[in-house]
Structure formats: C-alpha cells, structure tokens
Design a binder for this molecule. Structure first.
Ligand code: F3S
Length: 676
C-alpha cells in the first residue's frame, strides 16, 4: 500500500506565522495573560494545547483589562484594532500578510467610492474582518445566483476570501462582469490555498482513498473535502488519528492525504504514523492470510477431490463455487453416463456436489471437474468393500460380450464370465440380456483392474445349502425310523426288481419278492405309480439312507391260512386253474393251489387231462398229501368219488410188468415228498 502526502498539507504561511506569534508571546510574556481574539486557528487540538499553556481565546475585549491580545491570521476590522489600541492591552497583529493586503485594497477602493464586493462566506472571520475595512458596507456573495443587479453600482471592487475555490471566484466574477460597469477585480485567493486545492485534486484523481485531515469546522478543510470528493468518492474527513478507522482504508492500494491550512504537522504525522503502523500490521496479516489462502489452494490440483456449491445449471453444464480463485465447471459427460438426462432436472442451485479436479484451467478460466470420477471411485470402493465383506449384489445383465456378460449393479457395471452365470452350461448368452441376477464379487484386483462377478457361487451355495437341509431332514427322519415300523408310502418308481415308495425325505424300497406272497413276475402286477400302500420296515441303513420295506409281510401267509384250515384227507372244493400234461392245478384258497395228478382224476384210466376237467371247473377233491417244506399239496378227485367196483376182464392188462404197482409208480417223482 502506498501513501501519498500532499506537500501543501498543513499550516499555511499565514497560519504558521500566527502560531509562531503565539509561541513567541508565550515565551516573551510569561507573567501576563495572553489572549487570542477568536480561536487562533480552526483546530481544536491546537486550541486545547495553547489553553494548557495559558493562552485563551476571547470573543471581545469586554472581560479583560490588561494582557496581550493576539489577532489571528484571519485579521479583524479596522475599528477592532482601534479599540484594542485604546485599551491597556498589548496587541500583536498576526493577520496573514495576504489578508492584510486585501484589507488595505478594500479600504483604498472604498474610500475611492467603489462598492466593495467580497466573494466568500458572510460569517467567515476573515470576511467579517475585511468587511471591517470598508465600514462593513461590502456585498458578500457566495454563489453566482446570489449576484444582485450590478447596474446600480457605477464602480465596484471585487475581492475574494483567500480560501474560496477558483471555480466559485470565476462563476461569480463572470456574473458580475455582465453588468458591464467599472469593475476592479482582485483575485485574492491565496496561492497557498490554490496550490493546496490543486494538489488535493491531483492526488484525489490517482488514489483509491483520500483522507483530508483538519478541523471539522475549518472552512478551507471543508473546501478540500469538496474538491477531493469530486475526484475520489472514497474521501474521508478526520480531525486526528483517533478518527482513523483501519477498515476504511484497508481494501485500498493507494491512499492520498491532504490537510487543511490549520492542521498542525504533528497531527498529520500522527495520522501517518498510525496508518503506517496499521498497514504494516495489516500487511503481515495479509501475508499470513495470503499464505493461508495459497495453502488452501495447494489442495487444488488435478486429481484432488473438492466439494462445490452449485451456482447455476444449464442443460449441458454445472457451475460451482469451489472456494478457489476460479469457479468449477462440470460438463454433462463428466456428471453422468446418461447423456439423455437434462441437468436442469436433476441439479439445483445451492446443491453441494463432490467432484474430482481434472483440469485446473479449462481454457475459459474454469476449473474442470468430474463427478463421474467420484462416482467411479466410490463405486470401486463399494465393490471392494462388497468383495471383502462377501456381500450379495443384485444387478441386470446389460450385454453379452466375448467370454461373458456385463452386469449393471447399483454402483457400477461389472464383468461376469460365462462360466460364472450358472453351474449349468449356457450356450446362448444373448438370451440372458435383461435378466436380473444376484451374486458376489469373487475377484477384486485393483492393480490389474480386474473385478469378477459371479452368480454361480451363489447358486452353488444355495444348492449346497438345500442339499445340507435335505441331508439333515433325511438324517432326522431316518434316525426316527425303527425296523418293524409300519409306514404308508406312495409308489414313486416301479422297477422290474421292485418298487420305490415315498415315505418321507427318503424313499423306501420294496423288493419284488416283498410285494406279495404270490409269485410276481413284475411289480406292476401288484402296484401302480401313485398307489398309496401300507408297508413295514424290514431293514434300515442309516448311514446310506436306505430303508427296505415289505408289503406282503402285512398280509397273512396263505400257506399258514391253508394249514390252519386244512389237513390231509380233508375234503375240499377247488377250482381248476391250469391244465398240464400230467394233471391239473386247482386253487384251494386264494394263493394256494394243489395238483391233481392225472391218475387222481378218475377211477378210470385217463388219457388226456382235458377229458376230465377244464380250467374253471369246480370239483370236489380230497387232500391226499401236504409237503410243508416245499408247500406243495396233492389233491385227488378220484378219492372224493365213491369207490368203483369193476370186473377185471380176462384179457385186460392192468400192469405192464408183473409186480405190485405203487403211487410212486403212478405219480413219478411228483409225490415223492408229499406227506401221506
Ligand atoms: Fe494567509 Fe493564505 Fe494562509 S491568506 S492565512 S497564507 S491561506
């Protein structure tokens, strides 16, 4: 920051003279009261200082009888000087020589009959004093519009208050000259004032802040203020350093200082000292702030993450305040993969967006950002977490590519090899596009940029789980089974060697021989699929989950039933079931048959079985033999018939050979085991 101090700032020649006159009087007249007629200058601080030294200001001579009276630089009227001279007072006239010159001119031209015109302020002490040199008959004008009709005056003499502006002087004199009368014009504006005003103007034009130092009631200071404000709107008026507010000039690079003619140099120096001190402190602060500021910018580099607040949004771009010297921009393609989206629909001003810096200057002064990269980074992190946690992820197959499928998960798109879609082989991968899938990340390699998604692992796990569950159910079931336990089952599968029946989590097996007491050629003769059957557990292999069942065991053994009811020699009505060459088989009770040997069919000789019986005939028989071991029964129709008495004809050959015929001769081996 630069401070420009006006060379003309502070006491003017006349004021300086007056102050020195007072200082001299203080030294010279130490035992006498010293007075100034009116404040020696328009500066309260100086007045207070002088008062402390015993110099007081008076407005008139009414209350004093003796002492020293000092006339200030503004001067006084002639009659006041005469009054002072008539009193017992020591008069020191410190009227500024320039002012005194005006007073004498006014006196001269007044005495020559000129109408005196003073351009200035009627109530200013200098003007009052000048007016006192023309018997107070002067016209005092302070604005061009206040110029009266001058034509009534033959001769006029124009002077100026020493501290008015040149503009005012010229405007008023131009107006006066219009009357075209005999006018003597003296530009009595003090050069010191002109120079101070000119320098103030010049400085005000080039600074950011202008400070005018001087009494709040000082006329020349007020004029400086007016001039300065014309060229520098940032103009402040202070009396002393106390009025300085650092915040008023803090943001400025160049500050100008000017001061009124009654401002002592020590006040200006105090002001400058304070400013320099505060500026120095501020520069240190600024340096620290700058360092902090620049430190804060160190985090602004490519690849770093920033959070910005949305300033505005267009269809294609988002502008953000990112706390950097330049604003951020996110182009649509760096915000989303869905280029059909309208950013205005999804982003609003003041939204906060986290993004990655991709380019500190995009060429237009913006910091280029990418939200997609953040999304990708977050997605990658989420996938890595999911991998470590073994989380189940859901997604949709979006595309079939070489070797597998692309699956869109919530967070990202991942690759699923064809072999990881299912444990079953799938030939046509295209048909899977659009299908929802669930799976796990089974491989995550950041360095190789490899992420593998698998549905198969999940399916296998599920399958294994089901298997375990079934196994458990089977175990639980089979451990509760007991041999000899009755079970109702449902025929599930019929094989040629037996039947599988559903009895619970495990199937039971009924061998063909356990289906029925009858001879069964094929199980389908006994049951059909879906039949509900009563069974009994005959054996259990708990380890291998095998249960053997029997149906027939639940029914009475026909042989037992037969033996309970019948014995040898019992008469029984039977039904012929089958004809064979050596006899006929007949059912005695269901599932029990006996054989009627051809020789037992009749008392007569039988050539062919069919000559006596046919299938379906019911005949009375006698049980002639029972073989328990082989469960064979011999029947005889013949024995059930009344005995036949027959004559043996002379030539009939009863026996082929001589000897005695036995039943064995007649039945062969058939009856050799039958109980008689
Ligand atoms: Fe005199 Fe000029 Fe100052 S007239 S008092 S030197 S402003």
């Amino acid at each position: 920051m630069e401070i420009i101090l006006a060379k003309t700032a502070g006491y003017c020649f006349g004021v300086n003279n007056a102050i020195e006159a007072v200082e001299q009087a203080i030294k010279e007249y130490q035992s006498i009261h010293i007075y100034t007629l009116g404040p020696i200058i328009h500066n309260q601080q100086v007045i207070e200082q002088l008062s402390q030294k015993g110099v007081n200001s008076i407005d008139n001579f009414d209350d004093i009888d003796d002492g020293v009276i000092i006339i200030r630089s503004h001067g006084v009227g002639m009659e006041i000087l005469n009054e002072a001279a008539s009193l017992n007072l020591k008069v020191i006239n410190a009227t500024c020589p320039y002012v005194k010159s005006i007073q004498l001119k006014v006196k001269e031209y007044y005495e020559k009959g000129y109408q005196i015109i003073i351009i200035g302020s009627e109530n200013h002490p200098e003007v009052k004093g000048i007016n006192g040199w023309c018997n107070n008959r002067a016209l005092v004008i302070n604005h061009k519009n206040s110029v009266p009709n001058m034509k009534k005056y033959d001769k006029i003499c124009v002077v100026a208050q020493t501290t008015i502006t040149k503009e005012l002087f010229h405007e008023v004199t131009e107006e006066i000259k219009k009357a075209d009368n005999d006018a003597v014009v003296f530009n009595t504006i003090c050069n010191a004032t002109k120079e101070r005003q000119k320098e103030t103007e010049d400085i005000a034009k080039i600074v950011d802040l202008m400070i005018i130092v001087g009494g709040y009631h000082s006329s020349n200071t007020q004029k400086l203020l007016t001039i300065s404000k014309k060229y520098c709107t940032n103009t402040m008026h202070i009396e002393t350093k106390k009025d300085l507010d650092i915040f008023n000039y803090k943001p400025y690079r160049r500050i100008g200082i000017s001061a009124g003619a009654s401002t002592p140099h020590w006040i200006i120096k105090e002001v400058i000292d304070k400013m320099e001190k505060e500026i120095k402190e501020r520069e240190i602060d600024e340096m620290n702030i700058k360092e902090d500021y620049e430190d804060s910018f160190k985090s602004f580099k490519n690849g770093n993450t920033v959070t910005g607040k949305v300033i505005s949004v267009t269809k294609e771009e988002i502008y953000l305040n990112i706390g950097y010297k330049a604003d951020g921009i996110i182009k649509k393609q760096n915000y989303t993969n869905d280029l059909l989206l309208d950013l205005i629909d999804i982003v609003k001003p003041d939204d906060e967006i986290e993004a990655v810096i991709t380019n500190l200057n995009d060429g237009s002064g913006y910091v280029e950002l990418s939200k997609l990269k953040i999304d990708q980074r977050n997605a990658r992190q989420a996938l890595e977490n999911a991998y470590h946690e073994g989380a189940i992820l859901e997604g949709v197959i979006t595309k079939a590519i070489k070797g597998g499928l692309l699956v869109k998960l919530d967070v990202a798109e991942v690759f699923m090899p064809a072999s990881h879609y299912h444990y079953k082989f799938i030939k046509d991968l295209e048909q899977l596009v659009g299908e929802k899938v669930k799976g796990r990340i089974i491989e995550f390699d950041n360095q190789k940029n490899k992420i593998i998604f698998s549905q198969k692992v999940l399916l296998e796990e599920e399958r294994q789980m089901k298997k375990n569950q079934v196994e458990k159910e089977k175990n639980d079931f089979i451990h509760n089974l007991k041999e000899g336990q009755k079970l109702v089952g449902k025929v599930k599968t019929i094989m040629k060697y037996g039947v599988f029946a559903e009895i619970g989590p495990v199937d039971g097996f009924i061998h063909i021989s356990d289906l029925s007491w009858n001879k069964v050629k094929h199980p389908s003769e006994v049951v059909k699929e879906g039949d509900r059957i009563e069974t009994l557990i005959t054996s259990i292999d708990k380890e291998n989950h095998k249960v053997k069942l029997s149906m027939k065991i639940l029914t009475e053994n026909p042989w037992t039933a037969f033996r309970k009811k019948y014995d040898v020699k019992d008469k029984v009505k039977v039904q012929i079931t089958k004809i064979v060459s050596f006899g006929a088989f007949a059912q005695i009770i269901p599932q029990i048959e006996g054989l009627i040997h051809i020789s037992e069919l009749s008392h007569d000789k039988v050539d062919k079985v069919e000559d006596v019986v046919k299938v379906g005939d019911e005949v009375e028989t006698i049980i002639i033999g029972i073989n328990n071991e082989n469960q064979k029964i011999s029947l005889s129709i013949k024995e059930a018939l009344p005995p036949v008495v027959r004559e043996i004809e002379a030539n009939t050959t009863v026996y082929k050979e001589e000897g005695t015929a036995t039943l064995g001769d007649l039945f062969g081996d058939m009856l050799k085991d039958i109980e008689k």
